[in-house]
Design a protein around this ligand. Structure first.
Ligand code: AMP
Ligand code: MG
Length: 334
């Protein structure tokens, strides 16, 4: 594999509610990582409104990132973008921006899988080499690890992501949005464990029944919000812990990496550390700026993929909203 040195990659992340523009160099330096988050007026993410937000702020966000990095567009060598998975309208907005830049500036375009990017920036940021990864966010809940040329999925949600479960409950219960941080603060003051559906099926998880159930417990008016948040967190994380622990025992991976926006949660991070310790694995928690959806992870993975020979010609740069991480060949891990 030829490693082109001195490359600068600009990455566009727009799979859901975050518009992220990152600029990263081939010597592991994050030069800029600007994230603009769309907050819906009510309810959860509306794909078309989030996409409108991203197109409105695309130009200004690219300028902000270039200013943060202290470079001009002519110093950027490759344009990377999240090609999937994610919400169609949001993905298309990012891809359109990336295509326009690549075509106008005559730079190579590299389409990146969003979930693979979470793992790669996590490895880069923490120094983990071959981790089992628990990736938990607003849109994804995946336990994965590298095996024979691909990131294999050992367990995943069958319906909604754990972060989406928190965010939707937060809206129903009048908490701050997104819900994770407020739920964490209130959970720390709760103590009564309300019985809720614990749904682990084989190695997979389900969060929609938990969401329905916690919402109807809230509507009874019988419980304090602190106990509701405590019970929601404990149940949601116990499910994650069970699947993660089984995957770790099965794969004997030497490291356990926690990433995604939900990695900001102290309770979950401490559970992950305990699981790793029990299995002689080293735990790593990705710092929040690189764990949440962001452009730096796309820019960095674009560099690795480019160096491994990946190019995305305009005619095959269409987005794929259901692109699974285990469909991507990972030649750079061979
Ligand atoms: P991402 O989709 O990776 O950008 O992450 C956003 C998700 O992380 C949202 O669903 C948030 O509710 C969730 N989140 C952020 N902070 C926390 C926290 N402290 N505890 C739990 N979830 C969190
Ligand atoms: Mg998100």
């Amino acid at each position: 594999m030829v490693w082109f040195s001195d490359l600068i990659s600009l990455g566009i992340e727009s799979t859901a509610d975050n518009l992220g523009i990152g600029i990263v160099s081939s010597d592991h330096e994050v030069l800029a990582n600007y994230v603009k988050i769309h907050v819906p007026l009510e309810g959860g993410i509306h794909p078309r409104e989030a996409a409108r937000h991203h197109s409105e702020y695309m130009g200004a966000s690219i300028k902000t990132a270039l200013n943060q990095a202290g470079i001009t567009m002519s110093e950027v060598d490759i344009i990377s973008f999240a090609q999937g998975p994610g919400l169609g309208p949001c993905l298309r907005t990012g891809a359109t921006g990336a295509r326009a830049l690549a075509a106008y500036l005559n730079k190579p375009l590299v389409g990146v899988n969003h979930c693979v990017a979470h793992v790669e920036i996590g490895r880069m940021a923490t120094g983990a080499v071959d981790p089992l990864t628990l990736y938990v966010s607003g849109g994804n809940t995946i336990v994965s690890g590298y095996e024979s040329g691909r990131y294999r999925i050992f367990g995943e949600t069958l319906d909604i992501a754990v972060g989406n479960c928190f965010d939707t409950f937060a809206r129903a219960a009048g908490l701050e949005y997104p819900g994770g941080p407020d739920i964490e603060r209130k959970a720390a003051l709760g103590s009564k464990l309300i019985p809720l559906p614990y749904a682990v099926k084989g190695m997979d998880l389900s969060y929609s029944g938990l969401l329905t159930s916690i919402t109807s417990e809230y509507e009874t008016g019988k419980h304090s919000i602190e106990d509701l948040c405590f019970s929601l967190q404990e149940t949601a994380y116990a499910m994650l812990g069970e699947v993660t622990e089984r995957a770790l025992a099965h794969t004997s991976k030497p490291e356990l990496l926690l990433t995604g926006g939900v990695a900001a949660n102290k309770r979950l991070a401490s559970m992950v550390r305990d699981i790793a310790e029990d299995h002689g694995a080293t735990p790593f928690v990705v710092p929040i700026k690189l764990a949440q959806d962001n452009g730096a992870m796309i820019a960095w993975t674009g560099i690795i993929a480019y160096n491994a020979g990946y190019r995305t010609p305009l005619e095959s740069s269409y987005v794929n909203p259901s692109w699974r991480m285990d469909q991507v060949e990972i030649p750079w891990r061979n």
